[in-house]
Write a new protein. Structure first.
Ligand code: ATP
Ligand code: FE2
Length: 330
């Protein structure tokens, strides 16, 4: 069964094509604002301008025609409403033109399912750390549940905003990581964990204050990483304990950070837990992850009429049944 997945919740529009055993093609285009952060309408204009090229290139790479597709999946939320609408409109158009079924996919579900497919993790606690999201997720009673999450901004967002004020263009994460490697002084920043929830805006405010008072950006970057990542490791450890799972899966753009990966891997080693990192190309937002989740949903019996494909900017993973993980599959 050939599945075409379209992702477009935020800055990246992406088309992925898979079947049960192969990843056939992936084409993406990222909107990069010339100045400042993402403006939702500009991101949507970018997506609408390139989406046809992105899809045609993916089909060419997969050496198939649009009529060979058996199922269309698209990211239904959460995300920026204008971007979501462009993606949904393209998916509906393909579905109506080809007569093939369409399934709207929850975006974090895509991250976890592609992670499971490419790493071999079976039933992990997922640490999902990206621009807009910071969540700890695990499968409990037939659905993926959010055990803990940020109470304010996403960790990537916090890093990007700090970077922007320091004159570093979006996405700031990779550059802050480089600067942090040269930092030596651990500055005091608010460490904010409540149960399995986290908060990052206090770190941002304090870090910007350090910037104003002339502290070295290397030391501030180092301190941001050490503090924020220690918070993530603490909630992850708690989530493992509460859920009784013995695997960790990391996904989202911030999971590309070496220091975070090392901290998580060390904790996992000490706790006797297997830890997996979703491969770099599937870690950030991509169409393959949406195709993979759509495939699992379709096989578990999900069907959607076009009328049921309205986008949902606040769509949560625990609104979706995930019956394909069962006691037998563990
Ligand atoms: P969402 O998944 O919430 O829709 P998103 O589209 O921002 O959000 P991703 O594409 O997964 O998510 O990740 C982008 C984020 O990852 C940005 O905030 C970026 O700064 C961050 N990032 C990328 N590489 C690194 C790195 N090496 N260290 C820290 N952060 C990083
Ligand atoms: Fe994402």
């Amino acid at each position: 069964m050939i599945v075409l997945g379209l992702e477009g919740t935020a800055h990246t529009i992406s088309c992925g094509i898979i079947d049960e055993s192969r990843i056939l093609a992936m084409e993406s285009s990222m909107y990069r604002p010339k100045t400042g952060g993402i403006r939702p309408l500009d991101a949507a204009v970018h997506h609408s301008e390139v989406i046809d090229t992105v899809i045609s290139r993916a089909l060419e790479k997969a050496k198939i025609s649009i009529h060979d597709i058996d199922l269309i999946g698209f990211s239904m939320g959460p995300g920026l409403a204008p971007s979501l609408r462009v993606t949904a409109t393209a998916a509906r158009t393909i579905s109506v033109l080809t007569g093939k079924p369409i399934i709207g996919v929850n975006h974090p579900l895509g991250h976890i399912e592609i992670g499971r497919r490419v790493t071999g993790a079976i039933d992990p606690v997922m640490l999902y750390v990206s621009g807009g999201n910071t969540q700890v997720i695990a499968h409990v009673n037939g659905r993926y549940r959010v055990l803990g999450e940020t109470l304010d901004i996403g960790i990537g967002n916090m890093i990007d905003k700090f970077a922007r004020e320091a004159g570093i263009p979006f996405p700031g994460g990779p550059e802050i990581e480089k600067l942090a490697m040269k930092g030596t002084k651990l500055l005091d920043l608010p460490y904010s964990v409540k149960g399995m929830d986290t908060a990052f805006s206090g770190i941002l405010t304090a870090a910007l204050q350090y910037l104003k008072t002339g502290q070295a950006i290397e030391d501030i970057s180092y301190s941001i990483q050490e503090t924020a990542f220690a918070m993530l490791v603490e909630v992850l450890e708690r989530a493992l304990y509460v859920s009784g799972k013995d695997e960790i899966l990391m996904a989202g753009g911030v999971a590309l950070n070496r220091r975070l990966r090392d901290m998580v891997t060390n904790m996992a080693r000490e706790a006797g837990i297997r830890s997996y990192l979703t491969d770099r190309e599937y870690c950030m937002d991509n169409g393959i992850m949406i195709a993979q989740a759509a495939l699992l949903m379709y096989k578990s019996g999900v069907r959607m009429s076009v009328e049921e494909t309205a986008v949902n900017p606040r769509f949560r993973i625990d609104e979706v049944d995930a019956p394909w993980i069962t006691d037998a599959s563990r």
